[in-house]
Design a protein around this ligand. Structure first.
Ligand SMILES: NC(=O)c1ccc[n+]([C@@H]2O[C@H](COP(=O)([O-])OP(=O)(O)OC[C@H]3O[C@@H](n4cnc5c(N)ncnc54)[C@H](OP(=O)(O)O)[C@@H]3O)[C@@H](O)[C@H]2O)c1
Length: 250
């Protein structure tokens, strides 16, 4: 993706990594539209950053996805990139029956949402001749965290989906880039207060550096995430899994 000349829609950019990436891409010269459910956040972003567009979208609702797609494409017929950022992460406990609701919500938002978004935006992206879909998985796609079973599973699925989508689209001009964040300080599951998580601006510095120097990259892997992503190939899977599982047992 050309960071300085793309027109990018980021559903899931009212806070955290999505908003940070939106501001970085805008500063680099791209046109950026952010989306999310929290209309008060969208209004605040529009007021603070007049160059950034905003669109209300609930990626768990198929009708809302199509409405937002129509609005974005009508306003920006040159749209050539979509970042599938919207996601939720909540602790679950299989011994507590009420966790089923969390699991169902997580699958709809983190897995069905990106699948529906790809279907909704693909005709537009294909019509551009050259375009990009950025999927957002996680280091937990490679080694799971026992506190969040369904979250990990959806992110492993997003990784798998990214691989096959890339193959299916290879003759279309639409590239698939997988962004793989490690634990990063955002509102997600209280990570803002976690000193072991990567500061958001440090994460964004590395991401922008990778996108700028490797515009053809398939996976955006910052150094911190390689502990998880490369665990299996480097023979460290059991050790990393045991470390992550200890956080549940504590
Ligand atoms: N932070 C990390 O450590 C980390 C690590 C790996 C992967 N990730 C992934 O990075 C992505 C962004 O997370 P974040 O850390 O930046 O957390 P965040 O600050 O909580 O941001 C989540 C974003 O997703 C949006 N969202 C959630 N459900 C939505 C829905 N149904 N419809 C539309 N938008 C929705 C939220 O907007 P509204 O609430 O306004 O709708 C918000 O803008 C997620 O996919 C997450 O899984 C994060």
């Amino acid at each position: 993706m050309q960071i300085d000349s793309s027109t990018v829609f980021i559903p899931g950019a009212t806070s955290g990594i999505g908003l940070g990436l939106a501001l970085r891409l805008r500063a680099a010269g791209s046109t950026v539209i952010v989306g999310g459910r929290r209309t008060e956040r969208l209004a605040a972003i529009a007021a603070e950053h007049p160059g950034i567009g905003t669109v209300e979208i609930d990626t768990a609702d198929p009708a809302s996805i199509l409405r937002a797609r129509d609005e974005v494409v009508a306003r920006h017929p040159e749209l050539d990139a979509v970042v599938l950022m919207a996601g939720i992460m909540e602790a679950e406990e299989f011994k507590d029956p009420s966790s089923l609701e969390i699991a169902e919500r997580t699958v709809v938002t983190n897995l069905l949402g990106p699948i529906r978004l790809v279907h909704a935006f693909l005709p537009q992206l294909r019509s551009r001749g050259s375009a990009t879909i950025v999927t957002v998985s996680s280091g937990l796609a490679s080694v799971p965290l026992a506190v969040t079973p369904t979250y990990n599973a959806t992110k492993a699925a997003v990784h798998s989906l990214s691989e096959t989508l890339r193959v299916q689209l290879e003759t279309t001009g639409v590239r698939v880039v997988e962004l793989v964040p490690p634990a990063t300080q955002t509102d997600l599951m209280g990570l803002n207060d976690n000193p072991t998580a990567l500061p958001l601006e440090d994460f964004l510095d590395e991401v922008m550096g990778i996108l700028e120097t490797q515009p053809e990259v398939a996976e955006v892997l910052v150094e911190r995430v390689k502990w998880q992503r490369h665990a299996e190939r480097e023979g460290r899977y059991d050790e990393v899994f045991a470390t992550l599982s200890a956080r549940y047992r504590d």
